[in-house]
Every structure is written in structure tokens, then in C-alpha cells.
Design a protein around this ligand. Structure first.
Ligand code: DC
Length: 234
């Protein structure tokens, strides 16, 4: 069976990573959470007291830092490592969510991350989620999905995720953070968040996770069936 690239883009907290992870598990594909990579860079800059506007220092940091993923055998999760150390919990904190959009507008940061993501997916057989996968990282992805949901639904989901980790954040703060990130992500000059012309839209406001996963898997099946037909009949 042909190995393809599945690009899942969209707004924050629409269920992209939950969907992408389940689709990858179903297909035996690798899952790459590109948002985690931007969060990793943000954590590094904050911990090294590097001003986001100090471009020479940011560029130097990009040469120094090593972002990798390590599979946690117990949970089956791919966890983000910064310089070889698992930092998955640290990158999900609100202090990182509050700064990550400012870091991800920096062109040098984007170039470095996009290059690494293209390397990670060069053998295909990957599900990648983010903001610019279908437009910039893999414009030739065979399946492109653009996810959205109303902001209140997204905020409630994010609040629950944070509460599970012991971080209790008022709903208004989360709504404010999501709206701010949506704005920065979609108006930045370099590869802004937008739906690729050939991406299918998936609104997750009123559907279950199983329905989201089935929606993507159906797209995958139809692409694979078409590829098989072309291979058989030319
Ligand atoms: O998916 P997430 O919320 O963890 O992503 C964190 C931030 O990273 C998000 O606000 C925008 C940025 N991002 C990006 O600019 N490009 C990507 N491909 C993925 C994330």
C-alpha cells in the first residue's frame, strides 16, 4: 500500500492532535506534532533568557538546540525532547502558550522547523498536525484537512486538558489566549494559518472524536483506492 502524507491544520484546540494521533495509530504511521516543536523553541528561549527580538541570539539558539521526539512505551505518546531531555509537560504550560505565537512568527524559527519537519516526513507514511503543513511543509500532501470549531468549545476543551494536569485556568483567560493566538497565527507574514485550496474543512464543534477520526480515515481510504486504480489501470 502506498505511503502518503496526511496534513492536519487548523486553529488551536480543535482536536487536531487527538485526531492526528488516532489516525496515525490506525494506519501504523508516524505522528508529528509540529506545534510541540514551536513550543520547544519557546521553552528554550525563555530558559536561556533570550529576547525574542534579539535575532542574532535567536539564530544562534536555533543552531544549538536539538528538538527530537521520543516514544513513551507506557503511554504510546511521542514526547518532545529538548537537548535529549523529555519536556512534554513543560511545553504545555500556559506560560509557553502565552509566548509561542510570538516565537513562531520569527522567519528564522519557521525556516528551521519547516526544514526539520520536511526531513522527518521525507519517507512519507506520516500524519503531521500544525498550521502550515498543507500550505508550506507538505503542499503535496495527499490528504489535507483543515479543522475549526467555535471558540467556546475549544476553550472548554483546553481548560479540561489543563485541569487534568493540575493547572486551573479561568475560561476567560483561555478564550483570550486562543483568540490572541488565532489572530497572530493567521496574520503573520511568514506561512500564516490558512486553509489550503485543496484542504477539506472539518468543523468539530458538534461532533465526537470518533467521528473526526472516521472523517479523516474515509478521506485516506478514498485517496488510497484512487491511487490503486491509477496504478492498476494507468
Ligand atoms: O498546536 P499548538 O497549539 O500546540 O501550537 C502552538 C503554537 O505554535 C501555535 O500558537 C502556532 C504555532 N504553530 C505554528 O506556527 N506552525 C505550526 N505548524 C504549528 C504550530
Amino acid at each position: 500500500m502506498k505511503n502518503i502524507v496526511i496534513a492536519i491544520d487548523g486553529y488551536s484546540s480543535c482536536g487536531k492532535s487527538t485526531t492526528a494521533k488516532a489516525v496515525a495509530a490506525e494506519l501504523g504511521y508516524a505522528y508529528i506534532d509540529t506545534g510541540a516543536m514551536y513550543r520547544g523553541v519557546t521553552l528554550y528561549l525563555l530558559e536561556h533568557n533570550i529576547d525574542f527580538e534579539d535575532l542574532p541570539r535567536v539564530e544562534e539558539a536555533l543552531h544549538q538546540l536539538h528538538i527530537t521526539f521520543k516514544r513513551n512505551r507506557r503511554t504510546g505518546r511521542n514526547e518532545l525532547c529538548l537537548d535529549g531531555v523529555i519536556r512534554e509537560d513543560d511545553i504545555r504550560q500556559m506560560r509557553i502558550s502565552n509566548s509561542v505565537s510570538e516565537v513562531s512568527v520569527i522567519p528564522a524559527v519557521r525556516h528551521a522547523m519547516v526544514r526539520q519537519q520536511q526531513r522527518m516526513g521525507r519517507k512519507r507514511g506520516v500524519v503531521m498536525d500544525g498550521r502550515d503543513i498543507g500550505t508550506t511543509v507538505f503542499p503535496d500532501a495527499e490528504v489535507k484537512v483543515f479543522m475549526t470549531a467555535d471558540v467556546h468549545t475549544r476553550a472548554v476543551r483546553r481548560q479540561m486538558e489543563l485541569a487534568v494536569k493540575g493547572e486551573n485556568v479561568p475560561l476567560d483567560d483561555i478564550i483570550h489566549n486562543l483568540q490572541k493566538r488565532d489572530h497572530i497565527d493567521s496574520t503573520r507574514a511568514e506561512s500564516p494559518l490558512r486553509r489550503a485550496a485543496d484542504a477539506v474543512l472539518l468543523d468539530t464543534s458538534h461532533i465526537t472524536i470518533d467521528e473526526q477520526v472516521d472523517f479523516v480515515l474515509e478521506r485516506v481510504s478514498s485517496v488510497l483506492v484512487d491511487a490503486l486504480r491509477v496504478a492498476e489501470h494507468g
